[in-house]
Design a protein around this ligand. Sequence first.
Ligand code: GLA
Length: 386
Amino acid sequence: MSKIDIDFVRSRFIKHFDGSTGNVYASPGRINLIGEHTDYNGGFVFPGAIDKGMIAELKINGTNKVRAYSIDLKDYVEFGLNEEDAPRASWARYIFGVCREIIKRGGKISGFNTAFAGDVPMGAGMSSSAALESTYAFALNEMFDCGLDKFELAKIGQATEHNYCGVNCGIMDQFASVFGKAGSLIRLDCRSLEYQYFPFDPKGYKLVLLDSVVKHELASSAYNKRRQSCETAVAAIQKRHPEVEFLRDANMDWLKEVKEEISAEDYMRAEYVIEEIQRVLDVCDALEQGDYETVGKKMYETHHGMSKLYEVSCEELDFLNDLAKECGVTGSRVMGGGFGGCTINLVKDELYEPFVNKARESYFKQYNKHLKVYDVVISDGARRLC
Ligand code: GLA
């Protein structure tokens, strides 16, 4: 990981607590090549862990209280482990949620001291919250010998979002953060949780993220609303095709049958999802052939769908996508939940410099904001550092 490292976190942990040291763990954020808003529809996604994430030091403290220090926010919170002890600070709720979800699964955990820091930009669509959840799920499972497998650790992070943070997310982010593997993307079937590592080393291309630095306050309620639209469409289709559990099981013909029974908005949302699930499979085929032109074309189609049908893009992200197209970039699209954050771009090596320079310049001119640029390094998932 880049800016933060073990020594940095350890020095703060020592300073903040009684001078002794504990165990240090890390988990990454993620990118996603394609397959957006498909995870909670039982579809496919194609993420990979990145070289940015969270690092935390933990030490069991012999009490029934968790004493947690956020190094980045310089904020300290203490909480108990019962349901009624939920802390108010939103960052601490992630740690509390993970503790509670482990306890609900029969894990026996007690109080601990912890300090953590991260370098996943918040609100940039790279899943800083999943990195935080996975770090603590992995660490507590090991330190308290809870015997949970990696699938369960990912589910604990997801359940934390649902039950303690108000986001009805899918499993993609936590799965990528736990299962990440250096150099490989993961093709994940979100219905069965079957997965396959795809070594990703596109010769002659680079993946680069352009962070619009736009964040939307209402992102989680808008996200939950998208999910509801999908569920409404499924309920309508189910009346004719009871075997349909997720939009993954439906097709455009079946969706068309219910066009008059659902709102135009719900219809558009479902249309996007059905097409997007197919795009992930198309991209896998294209990757197997080394056909990056098709991969890029599908990325542009995803952007179009996210912008016009799912409506989770924003003016700045559309601007960056248009710019990529104008510059001849192979593929570009808004990444993650949307409503701000990054575009992910598949760029030919020789175009990388001119594209990034042009994007910085034009973005500043248009919005008076500095674009942030991140090169993607696909890295390992949750682990103990020392
Ligand atoms: C967020 C959620 C994920 C997924 C993406 C969109 O990152 O946490 O579960 O739905 O949005 O693909």
